[in-house]
Design a binder for this molecule. Structure first.
Ligand SMILES: [Zn+2]
Length: 304
């Protein structure tokens, strides 16, 4: 049935894509991600082993992310490489950016960090939720868009941030290295003027998914989030926190870009799997990653 649909409607689709101003070019439901595929991306991520910024493992992981995002040729994939001082000495960081054009000239950033926290005491840290789950959700979204003949309503720049995790505590030279550099560079080049939203996914794979939206998220995006979260079946579990969370959306908020942090900061009883050897693949599910990825698509399709 799908094949027939494509054969019959292909000329129409081409017409709509070439005349992107037509409402029908992006009307209808946004694409949906594949939960099994998302989980397989998380498994592959964990297979690279301990992968803090500057490590040999993260170099191989970065290359795999770049190749996976490039597979269909539909995305323009680039790597922003730079060196910065950290409390542990100079580190070479790489942000990976996969871009697709939309029907309007504006764009949104969908981000996740791919570095894992560096621990001297935990040799087998999987970072299954705090790292792999966000990457897996972004790659599943990229895959869904590759298989959709339509253009999204706005351009989407998927950014895999390096250097989110701090070595000791968040300061100007410890943590958020990738997001701070990208926000500053794109602001300097005037690119952020066209950025309608930053949606950051972090720790979204927990089997017991319950998003905790921090107070430092933009109200106009939180409103769209709440509308879309309430529409799904079953309704999404979430709460709006009264406290802030330091994450990769912060440099963009500071640059004046509306930003939303989709994070589940209740990972195990008392958040006890967070930043411990308990952050393992058996605690996360493809369904949770799919839930947040699909919600992100719906937010992108309904941006204020
Ligand atoms: Zn972390």
């Amino acid at each position: 049935m799908k094949r027939v649909f494509h054969r019959v409607l292909l000329p129409v689709c081409i017409l709509l894509l070439s005349s992107c101003g037509a409402e029908t070019a992006f009307s209808g439901k946004p694409p949906e991600t594949d939960a099994v595929l998302a989980y397989s991306y998380a498994e592959k991520s964990v297979s690279f082993g301990n992968r803090p910024s500057g490590s040999e493992a993260i170099g191989k992981y970065a290359e795999w992310i770049r190749k996976t995002a490039s597979e269909s040729g539909k995305f323009t994939v680039s790597v922003m490489e730079f060196e910065e001082n950290t409390p542990g000495g100079p580190v070479r960081f790489r942000n990976i950016i996969a871009e697709i054009n939309g029907c309007s000239g504006d764009f949104a950033i969908v981000g996740a960090h791919y570095d894992a926290k560096k621990f001297l005491t935990i040799s087998d840290f999987q970072a299954a939720n705090d790292g792999a789950s966000g990457v897996a959700a972004l790659l599943a979204m990229i895959h869904a868009l590759q298989n959709d003949p339509r253009k999204p309503p706005v351009g989407i720049k998927f950014v895999f941030f390096d250097g989110e995790e701090c070595l000791y505590s968040y300061t100007d030279n410890d943590g958020l290295h990738g997001s701070r550099r990208l926000a500053s560079e794109w602001s300097r080049r005037g690119l952020l003027k066209r950025c309608r939203a930053v949606i950051l996914l972090d720790m979204i794979g927990d089997k017991e998914l319950s998003l905790t939206i921090p107070a430092n998220s933009s109200p106009e995006l939180v409103r769209v989030f709440e509308t879309q979260a309430g529409k799904q079946t079953p309704p999404l579990n979430y709460k709006l926190l009264e406290s802030d969370i330091v994450d990769d959306h912060v440099p963009f908020l500071k640059a004046g870009v509306p930003s939303l942090n989709l994070i589940d900061f209740e990972y195990g009883p008392g958040n006890r799997y967070w930043h411990t050897s308990g952050d393992t693949l058996d605690k996360i599910s493809g369904q949770s990653m799919k839930t947040v990825a699909d919600l992100t698509f719906r937010i992108l399709w309904n941006l204020p």
